[in-house]
Design a protein around this ligand. Structure first.
Ligand code: DHB
Length: 479
């Protein structure tokens, strides 16, 4: 009895001192820990490195990762932990943790729909890594009364909460919490990049408190981003820089507006002050075509063409007369390459005047599905040449932009990066990912970046390469 009173007294003192110090007592403390003993088992056969491996793994499904979820169908995660590979027991206590982001189109990921480990997860498990698959809110989430609950920055707040939950369970959830590696494609690639650049930034504190995220660090070790749809407020200008002269499905875009956006890109690109690799100098709107050709497009085409058989190559070149192949080297003009890719989106490509694209909807609020987020589109649609997005919207736009957080001291930026895009992706300009890559290179980060030749949106022709890279950056090997 005396002990009970003593404990009650101590708890009382703790609550008082926490309240006085301004630290929320509920934050994290009533968040259940990872239920390490409650799992089912699964088996998967995986082709890796030319061999077949049979991996047995533990499945933990629908584990809530915040204490005050808005909807736990979204704010919960699946965790897969390898148990044995080809009958040999593996201990994943110190393994890298792959955080797989399943977001597409900035839509919500519902974690209550049963998920089994996908191909990438299978490869990771068969290399001894732990895989975490978090659900998260998205722009389509609505309460029964019709109000929205997943507009920006809900998705990134949730993913940060998932990272914090992993750390909160250090020693309980298997894996090395200092080796969290996020991966996603498109909107998921943008969110992966955002996790990578915005670690522990205070802009997110209130959002994380509101959902009862664990009071832990949310920085990560590495970010892998496939076709990241990021830098949204500059994506319209970048799109016109690349595709402005190419007819889309509904013909050529309004050339006056296209030129205006392109001109905005010129100023924007200069303002980034990005130093190209191999002493290229500062990348600007005029030399960017050459920069892409020299360091990304031609090497990508060369790799592709050199791997073909002579017959296949001849055939390919006969169908693509705009490419010349001499001495194991391709050459082509940027405009021919862009013609080959073609324009997919209208003008403006992201903040479209009718607010039908995913992005205006991402920046809606609880009562509004979609809002303009660029001065250009706002001015055009209101016919008010001095209209500007509200401060609140601009704040949200920054919070969704990985590049924003690469400015000095704004966030804890991951040391390792894996960036991939298809050379034929026309969902956004090639400059978007390459600007991110170059900024990270300028910041001294380890950046592994390339284009998959003729690959489209989210192309991934080297899944095994990515899994191997995780081994390289962590030094982790189960063999
Ligand atoms: C995605 C694709 C887009 O073209 C876009 O604007 C936003 C997201 C996607 O595939 O996730």
């Amino acid at each position: 009895m005396r002990k009970l009173f003593r404990n009650l007294f101590l708890s009382f003192i703790m609550v008082i001192s926490y309240s006085l110090s301004g630290i929320s007592v509920t934050n994290g403390t009533d968040l259940p820990h990872f239920p390490a003993g409650k799992f089912t088992r699964g088996t998967r056969t995986v082709q890796i490195g030319g061999v077949t491996r049979k991996v047995t793994y533990r499945s933990y499904l629908h584990i809530p990762y915040v204490s005050k979820p808005v909807d736990s169908a979204y704010q919960s995660m699946n965790v897969w932990v390898p148990d044995s590979i080809d009958g040999r027991a593996v201990d994943a206590a110190n393994a890298p943790i792959l955080l797989e982001i399943g977001v597409g189109g900035y839509l919500a990921v519902n974690n209550s729909v049963s998920h089994s480990a996908d191909e990438k997860a299978g490869l990771a498990l068969s290399s001894g890594y732990v895989v975490v698959y978090p659900g998260c809110r998205g722009r389509d989430n609505r309460f029964p009364d019709g109000t929205y609950f997943g507009k920006a920055p809900a998705a990134i707040a949730d993913l940060k909460a998932a990272v914090r939950y992993i750390r909160y369970n250090k020693g309980i959830l298997p894996g090395n919490t200092e080796w969290i590696i996020s991966v996603g494609c498109s909107a998921g690639g943008a969110l992966s990049a955002l996790l990578g650049t915005s670690g522990n930034n205070h802009l997110f504190d209130n959002y994380l408190d509101q959902i009862g995220a664990a009071d832990e660090s949310d920085n990560i070790f590495a970010a892998a981003c496939y076709s990241p749809i990021t830098d949204l407020e500059h994506a319209d200008m970048a799109y016109e820089w690349m595709f402005g002269k190419i007819p889309g499905r509904s013909g050529i875009a309004d050339q006056k507006l296209s030129e205006e956006l392109k001109n905005d890109f010129l100023h924007y690109q200069l303002s980034l002050n990005l130093d190209g690799i191999n002493h290229f100098g500062i990348i600007n709107a005029n030399n960017y075509q050459n920069y892409l050709l020299m360091f990304y497009l031609i090497p990508s085409a060369n790799e592709y063409l050199s791997r073909l058989t002579d017959d296949e190559r001849q055939n390919y070149l006969a169908n693509n007369k705009w490419i010349t192949w001499e001495n194991e080297n391709s050459s082509f003009a940027f405009n021919d390459y862009v013609n080959h890719v073609g324009r997919m989106k209208g003008l403006p490509a992201f903040d479209d005047f009718n607010k039908q694209q995913p992005e205006p909807s991402l920046f809606g609020n609880s009562h509004t599905d979609a809002r303009h987020f660029t001065a250009f589109s706002l001015q055009y649609s209101t016919s008010n040449s001095s209209a500007k997005p509200e401060k609140e919207v601009t704040g949200l736009v920054n919070m969704m932009n990985a590049l924003y957080f690469t400015q000095n001291g704004l966030g804890s930026c991951a040391p390792h990066w894996w960036l991939r895009n298809g050379s034929s992706d026309n969902h956004t300009s090639q400059t978007v990912m390459i600007n991110l890559a170059t900024r990270l290179q300028n910041l001294g980060r380890d950046v592994n970046v390339k284009l998959f030749w003729d690959g489209g949106h989210c192309a991934d022709y080297d899944q095994e390469g990515f899994i191997k890279w995780i081994g390289l950056i962590t030094g982790y090997c189960i063999q």
